[in-house]
Design a protein around this ligand. Structure first.
Ligand code: X8Z
Ligand code: ZN
Length: 612
């Protein structure tokens, strides 16, 4: 039932296809009194819709917050019941908004109508019984994920973050395999629920005039849905050669370490060896694949421990980054109401999220923080959501969102790209900044996180969109999942899988129904933002060494974009920071250019046959 990982208190999501109608002339309006009446009606409808959704959003946010922080039968039932009411209201508004197409309204009003129509992530059919069924399924799926645990033979059970910690640190292939396989057991019971969820939400999408839920999800990017798909292919094409070089290098190193039986030198890489439960980012295996002479020689997890950073201190340090850019400190209520540490006495949804309960000041995060470098970055990611939410709080309710959903995911990551050695020294964590000869190590660590993520960020919704459109049937869920994993990532399941498994359900965003393409976009956008903000900050050095920490001009520029919320098509928001209206992966390629050269040299020296 969560609509979005950014808990924006409103219909989540984004944008609108332009209606394709220029503002009607006054003459035309005057010659058609019906149109005039209809236009007045439309304006009133928008006002009423905005105030209705604003009111309802507070209720749904509170009920979802309570459910995710205290998973029980009762909180699930209450959350489902509020969600039912909220979805019914959203669907009604979306249906009505379609009636007001082609009227002489302002651009902002047309945009609001389009957002009302296209931003429901899980639309219920008009039928009330089906709406209730969908709300219950959605709550149950979220609960199954949140409560998920794997119990070892000796009887001790671990939660998701605890299992992830093993995936991130162990180099014992047997242990990795057990944890990998064990976690996926939680997803098996999700399969029939997910199948029914898709059926119902597709029906809801059709009721709203879309071909299916895939078309609805792809309608939120200020362009036609198919153009958006093409745009994704273009961006992926730009970065694929870099990914291929990284894949080739990592596979070769893992082969040297584990040998042919565990980590073959050719073909797809077994998914349990990459330092992450989903093989989505590989930074945790940095030590295993690090270059001999170019290692920067520090590890942020160790630095945090050495300097006694607890969970709160990690969040405070991240907040300081944002205030150094000129943003106001977080409100007291953020510190009072957020969840930072996994409670021992109850089930919670540990997957990190940022919330905006009242669309004004009641911003919070919910996260079971581990004291690691990885989570230090995730904290910046989450605070990026909160600072965005606060920056657009004076927009009209329907525009209180990011320019497109990739923007919301990119802000905190952009800031985290500034966690450079210089920055770590400035805040007293690091004693000595490694010299330029260590750049390859720094870049490789970053690439293992960011470049490795790109095909994963893309493939999840490639799978889901095909599921929604019916191209992938329930009998093929798991097989198609692994085909796409192999096609995009060059990663394979470490043991045989079958349709008795439901591996997509072991990834939070599938049971949570959170669209995933946003993260792919964010991984391109954050490099564009970082590059431009570094220019604004007057940093002329290599962009991977640039930190915008403390730079008020960069902060002010970023804020101009954040303040716009969703009020303008995303290319305009992008231009506010970067001066360009195009998403472009060239910034990724520029950032990693020295690494790409180095990887290609390594691969060719070792005579590796790249590809899979
Ligand atoms: O879900 C998230 C954030 C919350 S919006 C922690 N991310 C994706 C994931 O964990 O799968 C951030 C990167 C990708
Ligand atoms: Zn996020």
């Amino acid at each position: 039932m969560s609509k979005s990982l950014v808990k924006v208190s409103k219909l989540s999501a984004v944008i609108a296809l332009t209606l394709g109608v220029s503002a009607c002339s006054k003459i035309e309006a005057e010659s058609k009194p019906v149109t005039v009446d209809k236009t007045i009606e439309a304006k009133q409808f928008i006002k009423d819709a905005e105030s209705k959704m604003a009111d309802l959003s507070i209720e749904i946010n509170r009920s979802e917050w309570i459910y995710s922080n205290f998973i029980t039968q009762d909180t699930a039932a209450l959350a489902a019941s509020v969600s039912e009411k909220y979805t019914a209201a959203s669907v009604e508004l979306a249906t009505t908004s379609a009636q007001f197409a082609n009227l002489p309204l302002s651009d902002a009003e047309k945009r609001k109508l389009n957002i009302l129509r296209s931003s429901i992530v899980l639309p219920a059919p008009l039928d009330v019984v089906k709406n209730a069924e969908l709300a219950n399924i959605s709550a149950e799926l979220n609960g199954l994920y949140g409560k998920g645990k794997y119990c070892f033979e000796d009887g001790h059970c671990l939660t998701q973050p605890e299992l992830s910690a093993i995936m991130g640190t162990s180099t014992n292939p047997d242990e990795l395999l057990e944890v990998w396989q064990g976690w996926r057991e939680i997803a098996k019971p999700m399969r029939p629920l997910f199948e029914r969820e898709v059926e119902l939400a597709n029906e809801g999408a059709k009721d709203l005039g879309y071909a299916d839920l895939s078309e609805l999800w792809r309608s939120n990017y200020d362009m036609k849905p198919d153009e958006f798909s093409t745009e994704l292919d273009r961006l992926w094409g730009q970065v694929k050669p870099l990914y291929d070089s990284l894949h080739c290098y990592v596979r070769g190193e893992l082969n040297e370490q584990y040998g042919d039986d565990v980590a073959p030198a050719s073909g797809a890489i077994p998914a349990h060896l990459l330092g992450n439960m989903w093989a989505q980012s590989w930074g945790n295996i940095y030590e295993q694949v690090a270059p001999e002479n170019a290692d920067p020689g520090y590890d942020v997890t160790e630095l945090l421990a050495k300097h006694n950073f607890d969970e709160i201190k990690m969040v405070e340090q991240a907040e300081t980054f944002f205030t150094s850019l000129g943003f106001e400190p977080l409100p007291d209520t953020f510190w009072e109401r957020s969840l930072f540490v996994q409670p021992e006495d109850r089930d919670v949804v540990c997957h990190a999220s940022a919330w905006d309960l009242d669309s004004r000041d009641d911003i919070r995060i919910k996260m079971c923080i581990q004291k690691t470098a990885e989570d230090f970055t995730v904290i910046h990611h989450e605070l990026g959501h909160n600072f965005y939410q606060r920056a657009y709080k004076d927009q009209p309710f329907i525009f209180k969102n990011s320019a497109n959903d990739g923007f919301h995911e990119a802000i905190g990551d952009t800031v985290a790209l500034s966690i450079t050695p210089d920055y770590l020294k400035q805040i007293g964590l690091l004693d000595e900044v490694p010299d330029a000869s260590k750049d390859i190590g720094l870049l490789l660590k970053q690439a293992l996180d960011k470049v490795a993520f790109l095909p994963f960020g893309l493939m999840i919704d490639q799978w889901r969109w095909k599921v929604f459109s019916g191209e992938i049937t329930p009998e093929q869920y798991n097989k198609a999942w692994w085909e796409l994993r192999e096609k995009y990532q060059g990663v394979k399941a470490p043991i045989a899988r079958s349709e008795a498994d439901f591996d997509p359900g072991a990834k939070y965003h599938v049971p949570g129904n959170v669209p995933y393409t946003r993260y792919f976009l964010a991984h391109i956008l954050q490099f564009q933002f970082h590059q431009s903000l570094c220019e604004i900050a007057g940093d002329n050095g290599p962009v991977h060494r640039c930190s915008i920490y403390g730079n008020k001009e960069a902060g002010a520029k970023l804020n101009t974009m954040l303040e716009m919320g969703q009020s303008k098509p995303w290319p305009e928001a992008l231009a506010a920071v970067t001066g360009t209206k195009e998403m472009d992966a060239k910034a990724v390629l520029d950032y990693f250019a020295p690494l790409q050269t180095w990887l290609d040299e390594q691969n060719s020296t070792a005579n590796r046959q790249c590809g899979w």
